[in-house]
Design a binder for this molecule. Structure first.
Ligand code: FAD
Ligand code: UDP
Length: 379
């Protein structure tokens, strides 16, 4: 008998396994249907000996010191500030759009102050900013929207930006200075040694047993457990009774080239041409030195593993129905990007998992009836 069964060994499941094992002293069986831990953050050395991410580029960034401090128990860090170029009209230009982007694209020499008015002249006022088109067009106008956002978004999501919630393109800011960093968070790092190494340390506890290539469906009646944490797709858990929740997928093409580097930055986006959305070159992220280089091309698709919840009002309606059911489940917690249908970054999932642990501690006595020390319960 395990105290806990955890489905999914990504950030959500692994962080909760660690907290429960170390802070509550309870036993955990964590299963994942894939042959590895770390969920979508999984990285490994490819045939050429280059550290690559199997499910596309994962860059850690956060403003939450508590999340950074927590993960720092399991890894040291390599400072890394992410920069991305977009291929537009045959040029490689900084995205997020900044002063350099506009000046180079249009052959101008605008100051930051000029650029504020330049954007204002082109911006299309909107009474309400609801969609991913509204966000961009109301800030910087239609021309830049068409060049940088519309094509990329249609490829990535299979729908027009006007059909997506504003939160999607709002992830990418616009700047009037020359700051060309993709993120502006206080903490921007890559785990030294990689994500998988970090997960090995998170899960290295005698109270935690890991079973890979094992799905919830095949194990649920085979093992006994008191409580369940589920981090897979929520619609699947409930046998799709309110219909399928759309999750967008990607096909990845991994290649190794016999040359030291292929592109100037870790990621180049392709908003206008190509079937793929972006190419990632890992050595920029990891700092690894190698005579060859490995890259991943991302081709969006509907079919395949679920990677992205699709933020649209009609999908949120369906999710809300599943969520209502999930709140009625005794001794089951739904956590993570797939189970709470939220377009969360890694740090947000870690934050959600830590918050869930606090709720568990408030509501669930430890297995043998002991009380938790107050400082742990209040953590
Ligand atoms: P997951 O990592 O998806 O883990 C869930 C696990 O559950 C999976 O391993 C799955 O196999 C398993 N599972 C599901 N159902 C079952 C079942 N029935 N039985 C057994 N196992 C099951 N975030 C960032 O912060 N920075 C980035 O740069 C970044 N880049 C990204 C790039 C891409 C292409 C993608 C797709 C995501 C990116 N993310 C990034 C987001 C990041 O991947 C997620 O926030 C994080 O991995 C979510 O963790 P999770 O535990 O919720 O889910
Ligand atoms: N986006 C875009 N053009 C770009 C970069 C992003 O249109 O060059 C839009 C697109 O809809 C994308 C969203 O902004 O899905 C969020 O981008 P982000 O880089 O955060 O995507 P992720 O890394 O999560 O796939």
């Amino acid at each position: 008998m395990f105290d806990w069964l955890i489905v999914g060994a990504g950030f959500a499941g692994s962080v909760l396994a660690e907290r429960i094992a170390t802070q509550r002293g309870e036993s955990v069986l964590i299963v994942d249907k894939r042959p590895h831990i770390a969920g979508n953050a999984y990285d490994h050395y490819d045939a050429a000996g280059i550290l690559v991410h199997r499910y596309g580029p994962h860059i850690f960034h956060t403003n939450a010191q508590s999340v950074f401090d927590y993960l720092s128990n399991f890894t040291s860090w390599r400072p890394y500030e992410h920069r991305v170029l977009a291929e537009v009209d045959g040029m490689l230009l900084p995205i997020p759009i900044n002063r350099t982007t506009v000046n180079r694209l249009f052959g101008l020499e605008l100051s930051s102050r000029d650029l504020v008015s330049w954007f204002a002249e082109r911006a299309e006022p909107r009474e309400e900013i609801r969609t991913s088109e509204d966000v961009v067009v109301s800030a910087i106008g239609r021309e830049l929207y068409e060049k940088f956002f519309r094509g990329y978004t249609k490829k990535q999501w299979g729908v027009e930006p006007s059909q997506l919630d504003k939160s999607v393109t709002a992830r990418v800011p616009t700047r009037v200075n020359d700051d060309d960093r993709y993120f502006s968070d206080a903490y921007q790092f890559m785990p030294e040694g990689g994500y998988t190494r970090m997960f090995e340390r998170i899960l290295a506890h005698p109270n935690i047993k890991v079973m890979l290539q094992t799905s919830f469906e095949e194990i649920r009646s085979e093992v006994s457990y008191r409580r369940l944490i589920y981090t897979g797709p929520i619609d699947e858990y409930f046998d799709f009774r309110f219909g399928k929740l759309p999750y967008r997928s990607l096909q990845f093409r991994h290649v190794t080239l016999d040359q030291p580097f292929r592109q100037p930055t870790a990621v180049v986006n392709y908003p206008q041409t190509q079937d793929y959305t972006r190419i990632t070159e890992y050595k920029h992220l990891t700092g690894q030195e190698h005579s060859k280089t490995s890259l991943t091309y991302e081709y969006p698709s509907d079919a395949g593993d679920p990677y992205y919840p699709v933020p649209r009002p009609e999908n949120m309606e369906i999710y809300k129905r599943y969520e209502a059911l999930s709140l009625d489940q005794r001794n089951v917690w739904f956590v993570g990007r797939l189970a709470t249908y939220r377009y969360y970054n890694m740090d947000q999932v870690v934050g959600q998992a830590l918050a869930t642990f606090r709720r568990i501690n408030q509501s669930v006595p430890v297995a043998d009836g002991r009380f938790l020390p107050a400082q742990i319960a209040a953590e």
